[in-house]
Design a protein around this ligand. Structure first.
Ligand SMILES: [Zn+2]
Length: 47
């Protein structure tokens, strides 16, 4: 069916791809001006 992606580069609210990394945390969509967080699994064994 669909290909599993680790990091979805689109807004979960409006579906636009016009997002940029927020300075504080998460991502900010420039289309709907929403800030959201992506649940990113930690890669690597650094504590
Ligand atoms: Zn959006």
């Amino acid at each position: 069916m669909s290909t599993p992606r680790a990091v979805p580069f689109y807004c979960p609210f409006c579906g636009e791809q016009d997002i940029r990394p927020s300075d504080d945390a998460g991502w900010t969509c420039e289309s709907c001006a929403r800030t959201f967080d992506l649940q990113v699994l930690r890669i690597g064994g650094e504590r």
